[in-house]
Design a binder for this molecule. Structure first.
Ligand SMILES: [Ca+2]
Ligand SMILES: [Ca+2]
Length: 269
């Protein structure tokens, strides 16, 4: 894409260091409108404008795609996958039970953050006192219409978990139990290596629990900066990520279309 853009810019009469043909020796002022070569310049201008617009729209579409991660039909906002996590056991369970699509401990915060579903922690409530996992978000998750975030779990087992949220990132509301029956199949499978077992990788179906912040005492339009998950069983936690829509750069595309219309009018006048 960058190469294509560079090529167009180099071809463009507006490219830096390139003298515009309109004021070069080939086109004396005053006969431009009737100069057949001038029409070639117009055509050149239009071609480049259209090329630029095509690239512009492709870049805009790519920027939306790169700002979202999908899991089956579920769409997550890449900016809302969390930036930090703390666990109440200081990482002792996580460091022995990490999940990763490559055979390496993803570490903290990589186990539960990052805009993908390739890492996680298995059996978060199985061994000893159940740790609580707290995830912090630099980009607040807003309570909009319907579901606002998803808790993604890998189904080696089916367990409920307790979930709570924080609007200031420090103080958490009352936890609610999310039952295993609310897990929705995403249709996606990942092959995870597991820190607790040297064999593998193991195929796991991924499920998502959709969370509406209205169910956790968050007003419509208000937002959260933290989430907490704890489980008494064998829950395999992959992500707790926001699903706020990524704004479409439609105004930017409109601007680009306007510029091309202007060029077209100038070129055909
Ligand atoms: Ca909501
Ligand atoms: Ca499990």
């Amino acid at each position: 894409m960058l190469k294509a853009l560079t090529n167009v810019l180099q071809e463009s009469p507006f490219a830096a260091g390139k003298k515009s043909p309109a004021i070069s020796q080939d086109f004396p002022v005053g006969v431009m409108n009737f100069n057949p070569v001038n029409n070639k310049v117009k055509g050149h201008l239009m071609m480049n404008a259209q090329k630029l617009l095509t690239i512009y729209i492709a870049l805009a579409a790519a920027s939306i795609a790169s700002a979202q991660a999908t899991l089956g039909s579920y769409v997550f906002n890449n900016a809302q996958f969390g930036n930090s996590f703390t666990d109440t056991d200081g990482g002792s369970l996580a460091n022995g039970n990490w999940l990763n699509t490559v055979d390496a401990n993803p570490g903290n915060p990589g186990m539960l953050t990052g805009a993908h579903f390739n890492t996680g922690i298995a059996n978060i409530g199985l061994f000893g006192p159940s740790p609580t996992y707290q995830i912090g978000y630099s980009t607040a998750i807003v309570n909009g219409a319907g579901a606002d975030l998803g808790v993604v779990v890998a189904r080696f087992s089916a367990d409920s978990f307790d979930f709570s949220v924080s609007q200031d990132g420090t103080n958490f509301g009352v936890a609610s139990t999310i039952t295993a029956s609310t897990a929705l199949a995403t249709g996606e499978i990942r092959q995870y290596f597991y820190g607790g077992n040297s064999s593998g990788p193991f195929g796991a179906n991924l499920f998502v629990h959709l969370i509406d912040l209205s169910d956790f005492g968050v007003a419509s339009g208000a937002s959260i900066l933290g989430t907490r998950v704890t489980s008494l069983g064998e829950l395999d936690l992959v992500r707790v990520a926001g699903m706020n829509a990524v704004p479409e750069p439609s105004s930017m595309i409109a601007l680009g279309l306007g510029a091309v219309a202007l060029l077209r009018r100038k070129a055909t006048r």
